[in-house]
Design a protein around this ligand. Structure first.
Ligand SMILES: C[S@@+](CC[C@H](N)C(=O)[O-])C[C@H]1O[C@@H](n2cnc3c(N)ncnc32)[C@H](O)[C@@H]1O
Length: 187
């Protein structure tokens, strides 16, 4: 698959109010928080990143994404990642110290981040069962008690649903689904 579809979302985000990004379901939650610290795993062209930053002027966001070509869960090739990275960094440039990118795979970036630090974690990286299982295990400790642990594509991707269900059961939580197919629970 080419990245043309991804670029179209950028156009939609700027031009059409009906567009709902992957993290749309978190907008109302973060809008009510006091100076929330958000972690987004998998930023791509930045639709959710920008949406969350614009949802609360006191929100700060850390993104984790290697911007390396990859094969998605459905076998699609995601290429031209360097071009996406350049467009993403340009798009984020106005947010200055409210935004930081760790350009690494989520497995590696986890080591750099503090425990009990984030108010919201949104997992939207590699949508494979094994990777989401690892992301849940590696990042849950980074979330404060009372924080929102969330991810995208619960109904759309069977491996995501299975991994999220299994991890929720492991930590004794019940998954809730909100707009734009976002799964979440409160820690
Ligand atoms: C579906 S896109 C993210 C969409 C974005 N959250 C949005 O709302 O527009 C998935 C992203 O995950 C990134 N990715 C793939 N494997 C990853 C990994 N192991 N760790 C972190 N990010 C990864 C890809 O580079 C891609 O940008």
């Amino acid at each position: 698959m080419s990245d043309i579809i991804t670029f179209n979302t950028e156009t939609q985000a700027f031009g059409q109010p009906i567009f709902k990004c992957s993290g749309y379901g978190l907008g109302a939650m973060v809008a009510k928080m006091q100076e929330p610290k958000v972690l987004e795993i998998g930023c791509d062209i930045g639709d959710t990143t920008q949406f969350l930053l614009d949802s609360n002027p006191h929100l700060t966001l850390t993104g984790v994404d290697p911007y390396v070509n990859y094969v998605d869960w459905n076998g699609n090739n995601l290429n031209e990642r360097e071009v996406v990275y350049e467009r993403f960094t340009k798009r984020m440039s106005g947010y200055k110290n409210r935004f930081a990118l760790i350009r690494e795979y989520s497995d590696d970036a986890a080591e750099r981040l503090l425990d009990n630090f984030f108010d919201v974690i949104f997992i939207d990286g590699l949508h494979e069962y094994d990777q989401l299982t690892k992301d849940c295990a590696n990042y849950y400790s980074k979330l404060k008690e009372g924080g929102v642990f969330a991810g995208h594509d619960y109904n759309a991707i069977p491996g995501v649903r299975q991994a999220a269900d299994e991890f929720a059961a492991k930590v004794g939580k019940t998954i809730q689904i909100t707009e734009s197919d976002v799964w979440y629970w409160i820690k």
